[in-house]
Design a protein around this ligand. Sequence first.
Ligand SMILES: [Zn+2]
Length: 170
Amino acid sequence: MPRISSEVIKKVASARVGFDVLPLIEALKSHNEVSEFELAKLLHEDINSVRNKLYRLQQQNLLQFKKKKDEKKGWYVYFWSLRAERFKYLYKEILESELTRLDKRIKKEQESGSYECPNQCVALGLEEALGTNYQCPDCGATLNSCDNSKLVAKMKKRKSSVTQSIRKCS
Ligand SMILES: [Zn+2]
Protein backbone atom coordinates (compact mmCIF):
# COMPACT_ATOMS: atom_id res chain seq x y z
CA MET A 1 0.00 0.00 0.00
CA PRO A 2 1.61 3.31 -1.03
CA ARG A 3 1.99 5.68 1.90
CA ILE A 4 1.30 9.22 0.81
CA SER A 5 -0.02 11.86 3.17
CA SER A 6 -3.24 13.63 2.32
CA GLU A 7 -1.35 16.94 2.41
CA VAL A 8 0.92 15.70 -0.40
CA ILE A 9 -2.00 14.32 -2.39
CA LYS A 10 -4.05 17.51 -2.16
CA LYS A 11 -1.15 19.73 -3.13
CA VAL A 12 -0.11 17.65 -6.13
CA ALA A 13 -3.69 17.14 -7.31
CA SER A 14 -4.60 20.81 -7.09
CA ALA A 15 -1.41 22.04 -8.75
CA ARG A 16 -1.00 19.42 -11.47
CA VAL A 17 -4.10 17.33 -12.10
CA GLY A 18 -7.30 18.89 -10.71
CA PHE A 19 -9.27 18.40 -7.51
CA ASP A 20 -11.76 16.05 -9.18
CA VAL A 21 -9.18 13.23 -9.10
CA LEU A 22 -9.09 13.15 -5.28
CA PRO A 23 -11.70 10.36 -4.83
CA LEU A 24 -9.92 8.27 -7.46
CA ILE A 25 -6.58 8.74 -5.68
CA GLU A 26 -8.18 7.71 -2.38
CA ALA A 27 -9.58 4.59 -4.05
CA LEU A 28 -6.16 3.73 -5.48
CA LYS A 29 -4.62 4.32 -2.09
CA SER A 30 -6.83 1.78 -0.37
CA HIS A 31 -7.01 -0.76 -3.21
CA ASN A 32 -3.59 -1.37 -4.67
CA GLU A 33 -3.45 -2.79 -8.20
CA VAL A 34 -7.01 -2.20 -9.20
CA SER A 35 -8.49 -2.29 -12.69
CA GLU A 36 -10.36 0.65 -14.19
CA PHE A 37 -13.55 -1.44 -14.14
CA GLU A 38 -13.22 -2.02 -10.40
CA LEU A 39 -12.46 1.69 -9.95
CA ALA A 40 -15.59 2.66 -11.86
CA LYS A 41 -17.61 0.38 -9.60
CA LEU A 42 -15.94 1.68 -6.42
CA LEU A 43 -16.52 5.30 -7.38
CA HIS A 44 -19.96 4.83 -8.95
CA GLU A 45 -18.63 6.55 -12.02
CA ASP A 46 -18.76 5.64 -15.66
CA ILE A 47 -15.70 4.04 -17.16
CA ASN A 48 -14.86 6.92 -19.50
CA SER A 49 -14.72 9.41 -16.69
CA VAL A 50 -12.45 7.05 -14.72
CA ARG A 51 -10.22 6.60 -17.79
CA ASN A 52 -10.00 10.34 -18.28
CA LYS A 53 -8.79 10.81 -14.71
CA LEU A 54 -6.35 7.92 -14.96
CA TYR A 55 -5.03 9.47 -18.15
CA ARG A 56 -4.47 12.85 -16.46
CA LEU A 57 -2.67 11.18 -13.55
CA GLN A 58 -0.64 9.12 -16.00
CA GLN A 59 0.47 12.28 -17.83
CA GLN A 60 2.15 13.39 -14.60
CA ASN A 61 3.70 9.93 -14.17
CA LEU A 62 1.76 9.43 -10.97
CA LEU A 63 0.63 5.89 -11.81
CA GLN A 64 2.11 2.54 -12.57
CA PHE A 65 0.28 -0.43 -14.01
CA LYS A 66 0.45 -4.16 -14.54
CA LYS A 67 -0.97 -5.57 -17.73
CA LYS A 68 -2.69 -8.94 -17.48
CA LYS A 69 -4.33 -10.85 -20.28
CA ASP A 70 -7.94 -11.81 -19.72
CA GLU A 71 -7.80 -15.39 -21.00
CA LYS A 72 -11.51 -15.63 -21.65
CA LYS A 73 -11.95 -12.38 -23.51
CA GLY A 74 -8.48 -12.26 -25.01
CA TRP A 75 -7.79 -8.63 -24.18
CA TYR A 76 -5.51 -6.95 -21.68
CA VAL A 77 -6.70 -5.53 -18.40
CA TYR A 78 -4.64 -2.84 -16.65
CA PHE A 79 -4.19 -2.86 -12.89
CA TRP A 80 -3.31 0.55 -11.53
CA SER A 81 -1.32 1.70 -8.52
CA LEU A 82 -0.05 5.04 -7.27
CA ARG A 83 3.62 5.95 -7.54
CA ALA A 84 4.26 7.30 -4.07
CA GLU A 85 7.79 8.47 -4.92
CA ARG A 86 6.55 10.56 -7.83
CA PHE A 87 3.93 12.20 -5.61
CA LYS A 88 6.64 13.14 -3.15
CA TYR A 89 8.92 14.40 -5.91
CA LEU A 90 6.23 16.63 -7.44
CA TYR A 91 5.18 17.86 -4.01
CA LYS A 92 8.71 19.04 -3.32
CA GLU A 93 8.97 20.62 -6.75
CA ILE A 94 5.70 22.52 -6.23
CA LEU A 95 6.82 23.75 -2.81
CA GLU A 96 10.17 24.88 -4.16
CA SER A 97 8.60 26.94 -6.92
CA GLU A 98 6.20 28.39 -4.36
CA LEU A 99 9.20 29.38 -2.27
CA THR A 100 10.91 31.09 -5.21
CA ARG A 101 7.69 32.98 -5.98
CA LEU A 102 7.33 34.05 -2.35
CA ASP A 103 10.93 35.25 -2.18
CA LYS A 104 10.43 37.42 -5.25
CA ARG A 105 7.19 38.86 -3.92
CA ILE A 106 8.66 39.57 -0.50
CA LYS A 107 11.64 41.33 -2.08
CA LYS A 108 9.37 43.36 -4.34
CA GLU A 109 7.09 44.37 -1.48
CA GLN A 110 10.05 45.40 0.65
CA GLU A 111 11.61 47.44 -2.13
CA SER A 112 8.45 49.32 -2.96
CA GLY A 113 8.02 52.08 -0.34
CA SER A 114 7.12 50.25 2.79
CA TYR A 115 7.69 53.28 5.06
CA GLU A 116 6.06 56.68 4.59
CA CYS A 117 6.46 60.07 6.12
CA PRO A 118 3.26 61.07 8.02
CA ASN A 119 3.57 64.43 6.22
CA GLN A 120 3.63 62.68 2.85
CA CYS A 121 7.17 63.84 1.92
CA VAL A 122 8.57 60.44 1.02
CA ALA A 123 7.95 56.74 0.78
CA LEU A 124 10.99 54.56 1.44
CA GLY A 125 11.91 50.94 1.16
CA LEU A 126 13.08 49.05 4.21
CA GLU A 127 16.80 49.53 3.54
CA GLU A 128 16.44 53.23 2.89
CA ALA A 129 14.32 53.63 6.01
CA LEU A 130 16.98 51.83 8.04
CA GLY A 131 19.56 54.23 6.55
CA THR A 132 17.68 57.28 7.85
CA ASN A 133 16.94 55.58 11.16
CA TYR A 134 13.23 55.58 10.27
CA GLN A 135 13.18 59.37 10.03
CA CYS A 136 11.95 61.39 7.10
CA PRO A 137 15.02 62.81 5.28
CA ASP A 138 13.00 65.95 4.43
CA CYS A 139 11.16 66.87 7.65
CA GLY A 140 12.61 64.54 10.28
CA ALA A 141 9.26 63.02 11.26
CA THR A 142 9.25 59.38 12.28
CA LEU A 143 8.30 57.21 9.33
CA ASN A 144 5.20 55.06 9.51
CA SER A 145 5.24 51.59 8.12
CA CYS A 146 2.72 51.14 5.35
CA ASP A 147 0.18 48.39 5.16
CA ASN A 148 2.39 46.13 3.13
CA SER A 149 4.46 45.30 6.20
CA LYS A 150 1.54 43.17 7.31
CA LEU A 151 1.47 41.56 3.92
CA VAL A 152 5.21 40.92 4.04
CA ALA A 153 4.90 39.41 7.52
CA LYS A 154 2.16 37.14 6.25
CA MET A 155 4.28 36.07 3.29
CA LYS A 156 7.25 35.42 5.55
CA LYS A 157 5.12 33.25 7.77
CA ARG A 158 3.98 31.34 4.70
CA LYS A 159 7.59 31.11 3.57
CA SER A 160 8.74 29.52 6.81
CA SER A 161 5.92 26.98 6.70
CA VAL A 162 6.81 26.10 3.08
CA THR A 163 10.48 25.82 4.04
CA GLN A 164 9.55 23.46 6.87
CA SER A 165 7.47 21.29 4.56
CA ILE A 166 10.36 21.09 2.10
CA ARG A 167 12.71 20.05 4.91
CA LYS A 168 10.31 17.26 5.88
CA CYS A 169 10.47 15.91 2.31
CA SER A 170 14.13 15.04 2.34
ZN1 LIG B 1 8.57 64.24 5.93
